[in-house]
Design a protein around this ligand. Structure first.
Ligand SMILES: [Zn+2]
Length: 211
C-alpha cells in the first residue's frame, strides 16, 4: 500500500499507467501480420486477405494502447467502512503465451482506506491492467496490487474466472485465479463477506493463493 496517498483534487487524480514509449505501432503490426500470413504459406495480397493486416493491426493497437485512469474520491459523509464489491465485470485481453483472446468475468472488492471511489473505477482500473499481453496466471495479482495502490485501500480481493482458448488439448479451458491483499488476506469479516458473496464456503478455510 502506498503511504500518504493524498486525497485527489477535483476533478480527480489522473494515474498514468504505462510508459507512452511502449505504445503499439500500427504500421509495424501491419507489416508483421503480412509477414505472418506469408510464413503460413498464404498470399497477403489475395482478395480475402488483403485487408487482414490492417484489421488485425487496428484491433491489436486498440487492445494494447494505455489510457490514463482518472480516479475521483466520493464524498463520504457517513464514514462508510464496509466492503465495496462489484461482481460480474466482463473483460477481454490477449494472452502473452499465444497472443490469443481470453475472456473472463471479474469479481472485485475493496475495503476503503481514507477514501471511497466510484464503482465504475474498479472496472476502469481492471481495464488498465489488461492492456498489452497478459499472463493469465498472474493477472489477479496484478489487478489486486494495482487497486491496492491506486485506491489506497485497506484490503483488496480479486477473483478472475477466465476462459482460455489457447491451452493444448482443449478449445476452451476455464481458469479461476484469486488474489487477496491487505485485510482480505487474513480470516475476518471482510474476507468472509467477499468469499461468501461468491459462494465460496465460509471464507475462512485455507488461504487462497495467487497473490
Ligand atoms: Zn495463451
Amino acid at each position: 500500500m502506498s503511504e500518504g496517498w493524498p486525497l485527489p483534487p477535483d476533478p480527480g487524480t489522473v494515474v498514468p499507467h504505462a510508459d507512452p514509449g511502449t505504445r503499439a505501432s500500427r504500421p509495424a503490426i501491419e507489416r508483421a501480420v503480412a509477414d505472418l500470413i506469408r510464413a503460413l504459406g498464404e498470399d497477403p495480397h489475395a482478395p480475402h486477405l488483403r485487408h487482414t493486416p490492417g484489421r488485425v493491426a487496428r484491433l491489436l493497437e486498440e487492445e494494447t494502447t494505455q489510457t490514463p485512469v482518472r480516479i475521483t474520491a466520493l464524498e463520504d459523509d457517513i464514514g462508510y467502512d464496509g466492503l465495496v464489491t462489484t461482481h460480474g465485470i466482463t473483460f477481454g485481453a490477449l494472452c502473452a503465451c499465444h497472443v490469443a483472446r481470453l475472456r473472463g468475468v471479474a469479481h472485485i472488492c475493496y475495503l476503503p482506506g481514507d477514501r471511497l471511489v466510484g464503482l465504475s473505477k474498479l472496472a476502469r482500473v481492471l481495464e488498465s491492467c489488461l492492456r498489452g499481453l497478459v499472463v493469465p496466471e498472474r493477472l489477479a495479482g496484478t489487478v489486486a496490487a494495482c487497486l491496492e495502490e491506486r485506491l489506497d485501500a485497506a484490503g483488496v480481493g480479486v477473483v478472475l474466472d477466465m476462459q482460455l482458448a489457447c491451452r493444448p488439448g482443449s478449445t476452451d479451458t476455464r481458469v479461476v485465479t484469486t488474489a487477496l491483499r491487505g485485510a482480505l488476506r487474513e480470516p475476518g469479516e471482510a474476507r468472509t463477506t467477499f468469499l461468501m458473496q461468491l459462494g465460496v464456503g465460509d471464507g475462512n478455510g485455507a488461504r487462497p493463493g495467487g497473490g
